[in-house]
Design a protein around this ligand. Structure first.
Ligand code: HEM
Length: 455
């Protein structure tokens, strides 16, 4: 397969050199396209490639150049020195939690990534998978026949417990889960609200601000107390916290503030993302009973009612394909921004330093030239794909130097959860509200509510 060829047909998307550029139609004075985006985000985003390869969208005061051709996406995401992590949300995130791996600029990113990467090595993942299996089993075995479940709360409980358990090892696991769980939901909700509040209002001591300050302060002390406990016992437990404490770069260690920044980053990046992917997967399965039956057949033959483990993964291919297809149709992040660090040319257009550029998996994943019948939920389209493409055609985990560090972690966790649940439970009467943009980090779109009866 060549760069930018379709992963399924090997066909090249039509090249239109020079790339076409346009402004999205229907901008209102001052607000730009913000109303369209809030009212019907899916329709608006999916329409962008029909206007051009690089489409200018206006959100209030910001002009965002949205990349609608995989070749442009690939170029931007693999040139992260010029197209650096940035944009209004990222700037504010830095102000609130300092630098974390997901928010720090290019010149500090390489060091950070090198320090954190060992925690996501494959040999570590098989150990994390044991924690995943234990936590997934713990949550799902408490369900009762006929119980009405709030699916999102249940999926969040799984992903938060998995993250806490893998970040802080088995022997600290219980207390770490107790420490992190109450904060995860609040941080995701309040952080986004604070990010969207204008600077001058953010200082007003509203109830929300006081709660946010208290939550951050408490989490800060809890994380640093945990770090102290590790330092005192001094052993490498093979988990993320040990890695962060041991991490050295030319003798230089991460400071306490940097460690706190990484922990909050992992909570923000690694819990709701997995939970929403599972929510969306169950939504699709409820609408596609044929695929659901195939999944039950797969897990019945592989698991026979028990929980899924690391060793089962090679035989849980359909569960993984369901998650890939779910992420194609509903990538968690809809518009992910970059900011140019210097004047640069893109698609034949000069972008001055400081310009905002964004990739939109939602739009790219719906290009019929890349994904035939793009609106259909067809897990089978991933049948002969060993790896996820990294050529600008599949963006659920981003691409290039800032690609999701937890991509395999997230897929392993999702596959174990989906299979373990399907091995024991069927969801009846799944009621999911319409997908709505939400003021939550980092997921933009989610069903308003998700309820189901467990049988
Ligand atoms: C299905 C689950 C997940 C999805 C869809 C997802 C999606 C993404 C995306 C799209 C990015 C790139 C953002 C950009 O281009 O700016 C990203 C980055 C990141 N993700 Fe994930 N993620 C998932 C799971 C996880 C998990 C489980 C963790 C940690 C345990 C994690 C940690 C991170 C971090 C730290 C970054 C920043 C990487 C960097 O800038 O070097 N993610 N994620």
């Amino acid at each position: 397969m060549t760069a930018n060829s379709c992963p399924f047909t090997n066909a090249m998307p039509p090249q239109r050199l020079p790339f076409s550029m346009a402004s999205a139609p229907g901008a209102l004075p001052l607000l730009g396209h913000a109303i369209k985006m809030l009212r019907a985000p899916q329709k608006f985003l999916a329409s962008l490639p029909s206007h051009g390869d690089l489409v200018e969208v206006r959100m209030g005061p910001w002009r965002i150049h949205v990349l609608c051709h995989p070749e442009l996406v690939h170029r931007v995401l693999t040139t992260d020195k010029v197209f650096d992590k940035g944009g209004p949300m990222i700037d504010r995130l830095r102000m609130l939690i300092g630098d974390g791996l997901a928010s720090c600029p290019h010149d500090r990113h390489r060091r950070r990534r090198r320090l954190v990467q060992p925690a996501f090595q494959r040999k570590r993942l098989s150990l994390y998978a044991d924690v995943m299996t234990e936590q997934i089993t713990g949550v799902t075995s408490a369900w009762r026949d006929g119980q009405v479940l709030d699916l999102h709360s249940e999926m969040s409980r799984i992903s938060t417990r998995v993250l806490a358990g893998t970040m802080f090892t088995a022997d600290f696991c219980g207390s770490a889960i107790a420490t992190v769980s109450p904060y995860s939901e609040m941080i995701a909700k309040d952080m986004t609200r604070r990010l969207l509040t204008p600077e001058f209002l953010r200082r007003v001591p509203t109830r929300g601000k006081r709660r946010f300050d208290r939550v951050t302060r408490d989490l800060h002390s809890a994380v640093l107390a945990m770090a102290d406990r590790y330092r005192r016992t001094g052993t490498d437990r093979g988990d993320l916290m040990s890695m962060l404490l041991e991490a050295r770069d030319d003798g230089d260690r991460l400071s306490d503030e940097e460690i706190f920044g990484e922990v909050v980053t992992m909570i923000l990046a690694g819990t709701e993302t997995v939970a929403y992917t599972l929510d969306h997967a169950f939504r699709f399965l409820a609408r596609h009973p044929g695929v659901e039956e195939e999944l039950h057949a797969e897990v019945d033959s592989v698991l026979n009612g028990r929980s899924a483990t690391w060793d089962d993964l090679p035989r849980l291919g359909l569960a993984e394909r369901i998650l890939r297809e779910t992420l194609r149709l509903n990538p968690n992040d809809w518009l992910v921004t970059r900011q140019t660090t210097e004047d640069t040319e893109l698609a034949g257009r000069l972008l001055p330093a400081g310009s905002l550029v964004a990739y939109c998996g939602y739009a790219i994943h719906r290009r019929a030239d890349l994904y035939p019948q793009p609106e259909r939920f067809l897990p089978g389209r991933w049948e002969n794909q060993q790896r996820l493409p990294s050529d600008g055609t599949f963006l659920a985990f981003g691409e290039g130097g800032r690609r999701c560090i937890g991509d395999v972690f997230g897929m392993v966790e999702g596959t174990l959860a989906l299979s373990t649940i399907a091995a024991r439970w069927r969801f009846e009467s799944v009621r999911a509200g319409r997908l709505r943009p939400t003021l939550r980090m980092p997921c933009f779109a989610r069903p308003k509510s998700m309820r189901a009866v467990a049988r």
